[in-house]
Write a protein that binds this ligand. Structure first.
Ligand code: RB5
Length: 159
């Protein structure tokens, strides 16, 4: 399995710890940065990880910022991404089983490293259940398609 991981300056230490945890578990990691504690903007890293996931270069993504909110919001702007912020393992597990999340996010200012590892483990080990959940995932996809259609209509109006 290949995981893309990204973070902002606030979450550098936790990103390195999670990266090590994944590698210890024989998981290949693509680290998109940031690689320093210099102040930076989380949307850059949210988008980078999201692009790797939708292109199939990574199976899943993990994003960490101060709260996990900004970086997951950014990733969710990329079509096909279902990112969720989790501060406990139950939601992480269910987010995979029911919502087929492809990116997990959390906040280095919110949770400690041991809880973060537990959340990652529950999420990675959970399997999407499909069945009755697929209809809702398809509905999310339809929202994305509608937005893209509106955008293309606007462009045509201008040309
Ligand atoms: C950076 O100060 C902080 O805003 C960021 O890490 C994150 O919490 C945003 O959602």
């Amino acid at each position: 399995m290949k995981i893309a991981i990204g973070n902002d300056h606030v979450a550098l230490k936790m990103k390195l710890q999670i990266k090590e945890y994944l590698q210890e578990n024989e998981i290949e990691v693509i680290d998109v940065g940031t690689h320093s504690s210099e102040r930076c903007d989380y949307p850059i890293y949210g988008e980078k990880v999201a692009e790797l996931v939708v292109s199939g270069e990574a199976d899943y993504g993990i994003l960490i910022c101060g709260t996990g909110v900004g970086i997951s919001l950014s990733a969710n702007k990329v079509n096909g991404i279902r990112a969720c912020v989790c501060s406990e393992p139950y939601s992480a597990k269910l987010s995979k089983q029911h919502n087929n999340t492809n990116i997990l996010a959390f906040g280095s200012r919110v949770i400690g490293i041991e809880l973060a590892k537990m959340i990652v483990s529950e999420w990675l080990n959970a399997k999407y259940e499909g069945g009755r959940h697929q209809k809702r995932i398809d509905m999310i996809r339809e929202i994305e398609k509608k937005q893209l259609f509106k955008l293309s209509e606007k462009k045509e109006d201008k040309s």
